[in-house]
Design a protein around this ligand. Structure first.
Ligand SMILES: [Zn+2]
Length: 141
C-alpha cells in the first residue's frame, strides 16, 4: 500500500491509499478517485517539498536532547549520592539543620506546607522539578 497526498482541480488536499503507483494512475484515469470535499475526479498528486530542517530547528532539537541527557545525569546523580528518606524528609532536613543529625545529602517527599515552613526556618531545601526527580527506590519500611 502506498499513501499519496493528492489535490483536486480546486486545490482541495486529501490523502488516499493505493496498492501501488500503477493502481493510482489507473484509478485516477478512470475517474475512480474523488475529492472528498467537492467530488471532483480531476486529481493530481500534491508536490511534496523535502522536509528541510532549519539550523534553528536542529539547534532546538540538540538543546532538547542535551537537556534530557543532563536531566538523566542529575536524576542518577541524586539517586546515587543522596539518601532517599521518603516522607521523613522534613524531619530529617530539620534535624540536620538543627545539628541533631550529621549533615548528609537527602531527598524525599514533603508537603507544600512543610516545604514552606522549612524555608521559613532557613533550612535549605529545594523542590526538584519532575524532570530532575529520580524514581524513588522501593518504599522504605
Ligand atoms: Zn475538491
Amino acid at each position: 500500500m502506498i499513501k499519496y497526498a493528492l489535490l483536486c482541480d480546486q486545490d482541495h488536499a486529501f490523502d488516499a491509499w493505493f496498492s501501488d503507483s500503477d493502481a493510482y494512475e489507473m484509478q485516477v484515469e478512470r475517474g475512480l478517485v474523488e475529492c472528498p470535499h467537492c467530488g471532483s475526479t480531476d486529481i493530481r498528486k500534491a508536490l511534496m517539498a523535502p522536509a528541510v530542517r532549519t539550523a534553528r530547528q536542529v539547534e532546538a532539537r540538540d538543546a532538547k536532547a542535551d537537556l534530557q541527557k543532563i536531566a538523566a545525569q542529575v536524576r542518577s546523580h541524586i539517586r546515587d549520592n543522596y539518601d532517599y528518606v521518603g516522607e521523613d524528609f522534613a524531619r530529617e532536613a530539620r534535624a540536620m539543620h538543627e545539628g541533631d543529625k550529621p549533615e548528609r545529602l537527602i531527598y524525599g517527599e514533603t508537603s507544600a506546607a512543610d516545604s514552606e515552613a522549612l524555608q521559613d526556618e532557613g533550612v535549605p531545601v529545594m523542590p526538584l522539578p519532575d524532570a530532575l526527580a529520580p524514581t524513588p527506590p522501593k518504599k522504605l519500611n
